[in-house]
Design a protein around this ligand. Structure first.
Ligand code: SDX
Length: 429
């Protein structure tokens, strides 16, 4: 990391001091202001962290102006085309792609950790049938810290690795269990003879009466391929809100499952991972192409809180490379599985209309990863309230990678932002 310096002068006091200008492998240079208060008695103010780097990380890099997304240096489109989700998960967690033997061992271990403690089933049954699956995910994942007390010496790298593997292995099992609970169907155990995505489809949709011999009865290879792709595209994304939440919780040394549960809670918001569910609801509300102008005008009205879900991004200001890849996959999946879906045609028309509108052009609002993903999930018969759960499964690989990176960082400190106080001055009762 190369270092130059930058001088900051406070004209109100005449104080000035030099600060290091840090440059990473690639990307925007960063002013190291960690000594700003000590040197000049000042804080920085950056609500929403628009211009603030919270950490150093070697996992993912985004160039928002040029629509570039790299996982450990590899472009997302190459990984999406050539790898499985678990190969990408290994890459994010370990820094390099596995060789055949390493990948086989990794996937064997994932299979070993997939089973849930049987006592968890009564915990899951404690939720009312109409609980939102994301509410269940927050509760169940947080409760893992009540079921798994071993391998929790966070100073032991092997304990940290096992905890990360447990999370990655159990997330799809918990997710499918939430769905089965919500429809009153029996829980389906993970199987050692199925791949990660095949297992998920099996745990979600298989019925006791169906023949287990011919697994293609209910695990369509096109659906499994689409699921692998969607999980890869949602795996990690630098310091997004949910990953930053996991990092902040982890900085206190909290139980790893509790840290991941905190990330799930952050992801649920409609401004973040909850957008894919909100996109489908929005498209269904718009209904027909002739109503698009009405909703575009609502989105442009500063007095109306409505925003066009699936559009805009804090970092991408030209296009989200993930949306480009998903948009193409939409065509393939819909053609193969369900025939065209009028919602997809509506989404294409909405995208075309918005991209010609000067408001969206001026504010650089383009379709993001969530705009098309819901349409594919719908084609795969995933219920709409499970869409953010799908995002959770995928992003667990990113969350545990950032957790491992932070916990291994020598001298990492508890995250503790400052504030501008706007309340009452000191007064007596
Ligand atoms: C994800 O961070 C990540 O990397 C997230 C993510 C990941 O992989 O982890 O990529 C996943 O969360 C994708 C984003 C999914 N969310 C949505 O699709 C919800 C709709 N989008 C917006 O809520 C918004 O665009 C955000 C939350 C995505 C970004 O918010 P910012 O960066 O804080 O932008 P902003 O709110 O400051 O908006 C800038 C301007 C505002 O207008 P002005 O105040 O300047 O007049 O653009 C407007 C906003 O009103 N604007 C929109 C809009 N998004 C921004 N107007 C209408 N519709 C929208 N969707």
């Amino acid at each position: 990391m190369t270092q130059e310096t930058l001088t900051i002068k406070d004209n109100s006091t005449g104080k000035e001091a030099e600060f290091s200008l840090l440059k990473g492998t690639v990307g925007t240079p960063v002013i190291d202001v960690s000594a700003l208060h000590k040197k000049m008695g000042l804080f920085t103010y950056d609500p929403g962290f628009v211009s603030t780097a919270s950490c150093k990380s070697a996992i993912t890099y985004i160039d928002g102006e040029n629509g570039i997304l790299l996982y450990r240096g590899y472009p997302i489109d190459q990984l999406a085309e050539k790898c499985s989700f678990l190969e990408v998960a290994y890459l994010l967690m370990n820094g390099e792609l596995a060789n055949d033997a390493e990948q086989a061992e990794f996937e064997h271990e994932i299979g070993q950790h997939a089973m849930l403690h049987e006592a968890m089933r009564s915990f899951i049954d404690g939720f009312h049938y109409d609980a939102h699956p994301m509410a269940m995910m927050v509760g169940i994942v947080g409760s893992l810290s009540a079921f798994y007390h071993s391998e929790l010496n966070m100073d032991d790298p092997e304990h940290r690795r096992i905890s990360a593997m447990r999370m990655l292995a159990k997330m799809p099992v918990i997710a499918a269990a939430c769905h089965r609970h919500s429809i009153g169907f029996p829980f389906v155990y993970p199987r050692a003879d199925l791949s990660y995505c095949e297992n998920f489809m099996n745990m979600m949709f298989s019925l006791p009466s169906q023949k287990y011999i011919d697994k293609d009865n209910y695990i369509d290879p096109v659906a499994v391929k689409a699921l692998n792709l969607l999980f890869i595209l949602h795996a990690d994304h630098e310091q997004n809100a949910s990953t930053s939440t996991v990092r902040l919780a982890s900085s206190t040394g909290a139980n790893p499952y509790a840290c991941i549960a905190a990330g799930i809670g952050a992801l649920w918001g409609p401004a973040h991972g909850g957008a894919n569910e909100a996109v489908l609801s929005m498209l269904e509300e718009i209904g027909t192409v002739d109503r698009i102008p009405e909703f575009i005008n609502k989105a442009k009205d500063r007095n109306d809180p409505f925003r066009l879900m699936g559009f805009g991004h804090r970092v991408y200001k030209n296009f989200d490379p993930r949306a480009t890849i998903i948009r193409k996959t939409c065509h393939d999946v819909l053609e193969h599985i369900s025939g065209n879906d009028p919602l997809f045609d509506l989404a294409l028309a909405l995208e075309e209309y918005a991209l010609k509108d000067e408001y969206f052009v001026e504010k650089k609002l383009y379709p993001n990863v969530d705009f098309y993903s819901g349409i594919i999930y719908k084609a795969l018969n995933i219920p709409v309230d499970m869409f953010t759960v799908m995002f959770t499964i995928a992003r667990t690989s990113g969350w545990v990678s950032h957790w491992l990176e932070l916990m291994a960082e020598p001298g990492q400190r508890i995250g503790r932002p400052r504030q501008i106080y706007t309340g009452k001055g000191r007064r007596d009762l």
